[in-house]
Design a protein around this ligand. Structure first.
Ligand SMILES: Nc1ncnc2c1ncn2[C@@H]1O[C@H](COP(=O)(O)OP(=O)(O)O)[C@@H](O)[C@H]1O
Ligand SMILES: [Mg+2]
Length: 270
């Protein structure tokens, strides 16, 4: 599996250290994600999910471990525009319209590389914002802003999408709608996705696999294949199997957090 993985992480450990303290954010994380697979990472706040995503995306150099994205190191994958990012905060430029925000990465790269890019107008339509093309961010709802951020992340047609709680700041109704939007988009494009979330139903609904992390240090404590048929519709969320997956993940999360106090004590003591 690992040899052919689109994303492979082996023995990833990261320690944040300054003069006053050291914090082991990740410890021996192994993760292999196949091409076109949708993998969610779930874990308590502080479990190292963002650190993991930043390391995979080449935004952070880990203390130790090996990461390959599409067969190359993360920094090189980033240079090749293999990776698109979506964060919890959409971080749009307020003075630019929707279409201008979507176009931004392409403009910024116009002299930089030969990378193939998607047509901004098509991205706009794909995320359902054709009618809001010339609006400014302050005229958009939270969900609409996140759609712009998603379109912007797709500008270079990346084969890997790293999403860090992209729906985390949205109200529950919008969040539910956006889940299905994401499902639809992913089912059309089949990108390799790592999706960080706090929500168990969200992870089960979207994913091929759910990776459960413990905290302090962040470790993988469970890896659950979600064998629900696709395309997935709202009725899947009421099925027995859906609840069974959710229960299993809840148990693994509880076990992961039960480990945390001992680990934290050991860290404080030594
Ligand atoms: N830049 C940093 N400097 C020091 N500690 C950090 C830094 N970033 C994250 N941490 C710590 O690393 C741990 C994991 O953080 P993070 O990866 O953000 O977790 P999560 O995304 O799962 O909530 C936390 O204890 C956090 O305080
Ligand atoms: Mg985080």
């Amino acid at each position: 599996m690992t040899a052919f993985a689109h994303i492979s992480v082996r023995g990833l450990t990261h320690v944040f250290a300054d003069r006053r303290r050291t914090l082991r954010a990740l410890s021996g994380v192994d993760l292999a994600v196949g091409r076109g697979e949708f993998v969610s990472v779930i874990g308590a706040s502080g479990a190292g999910k963002t650190t993991l995503l930043r390391a995979i995306g080449g935004l952070l150099r880990p203390t130790s471990g090996a990461i390959l994205v599409d067969g190359v190191l993360p920094a090189e994958a980033q240079r090749r525009k293999t990776i698109g990012f979506v964060f919890q905060e959409p971080a749009l430029l307020p003075w630019r319209t929707v279409i201008e925000n979507i176009r931004l990465p392409i403009e910024m790269n116009s002299r930089g590389s030969e990378a193939r890019h998607a047509e901004p107008e098509r991205l706009l339509t794909a995320v359902g914002l054709a009618d809001f093309r010339d609006y400014h961010p302050h005229q958009l709802s939270g969900g609409m802003k996140q759609r712009v951020a998603l379109a912007r992340a797709l500008a270079f047609d990346p084969s890997v999408l790293l999403m860090d709680e992209p729906l985390g700041a949205l109200d529950e109704m919008t969040r539910t709608v956006m889940r299905y939007e994401l499902l639809r988009l992913w089912e059309q494009s089949r990108k390799t996705v790592i999706f960080v979330t706090h929500s168990i139903p969200e992870a089960v609904l979207l994913s091929d696999r759910v990776v459960v992390m413990s905290s302090q240090p962040g470790r993988v404590v469970d890896d659950v294949a979600i064998a629900l048929p696709r395309p997935r519709h709202a009725d899947v969320e009421r099925s027995q199997r859906f609840f069974a997956y959710a229960d299993r993940i809840m148990d693994s999360l509880a076990k992961g957090s039960a480990l945390a106090p001992a680990a934290a004590q050991a860290a404080a003591g030594g």
